[in-house]
Ligand binder design. Sequence first.
Ligand SMILES: [Zn+2]
Length: 332
Amino acid sequence: MPFSDIPGNGRVKKILQLSLARNRVPNSLLFCGPRGIGKRKTARVLAKALNCLTLSDDACDACANCEAVNRGLENPARAFPDFIEIEAATEVIKIEQMQEVRAIAYMKPIVGRKRVFLIDEAERMNDESGNCLLKVLEEPPLWSHFVLVTDNPSRILSTIQSRCQTLAFQPVATEEIEQALRDRGFEEEKARILALLVHGNLEQALNLDWDEIQGRREETWDLFRAMVSGEEASRFLRRFAFQKKAEVKDDLEGTLELFASFCRDLVLLRDGGDPRLLLNPDYEPRMREIGGGPGFGRAMRFLDAIDTAFADLGRNLNTGLLITSLYSQVQG
Ligand SMILES: [Zn+2]
């Protein structure tokens, strides 16, 4: 896979390709950003590109080195010896793992030109293992590159952060996810709906099960209808009340995306727009029932409140408060 096969994050890919072309890829890189948006995939392509025998700024996927890295990704027993992926063996990345990295980093590559270490979930390093890695980052051997991948950079030692060039990955745009899904054979309507649900997480989009999604849409539609019609609206609060904290944010994001798509469809129908542009064409008859009644005004207030809620989610505000505030704005 070359860089162009990874959807989204054009800016990051461009920076990497330019530094590859100039032979100036930093020895220590920190890839940060939400889960499922291609950080690890990008690091793998970078590892190949650094060793590619044909191209200077990308992976050709055909030369001996590219093929060897690909084989290793499919079968860890045949891993390319100069590309090493480190994952937490338990909850933490242990000091022994970093001691090994340190020892290998100073040896010249065996097959390739460069040795690349991908440290996944780098926030799992504790002070001990972090400080061990820091020693190498302070004086990295010319031929070794370290790519630290994390969705939580605040948990990485500041001394390590300051040694790395940070590249911030962004969620993949909905249109790009939609296109990627279509490229993988999804029907247009399904691709559009899936892309909406995952909030920039392409990996999640590829792993979703359509039947499960349909169930989720039905459930969310019921909540939406209850909320805008004013009947049983408190179900919205109950829906999130008993979930684990860590799950609420993802769930809420997906649910709000769907709510927003229902709201936008209502506006489209109300304004006499082309029904082919509906995000949820299969809900058109049910949508028309709401659109004609007093629920429309409520739905519009809801749409405003959802925009604010997304901004608040981005700032990691308390999700419990956020849900209560959404509810009261629509009811008030
Ligand atoms: Zn190659």
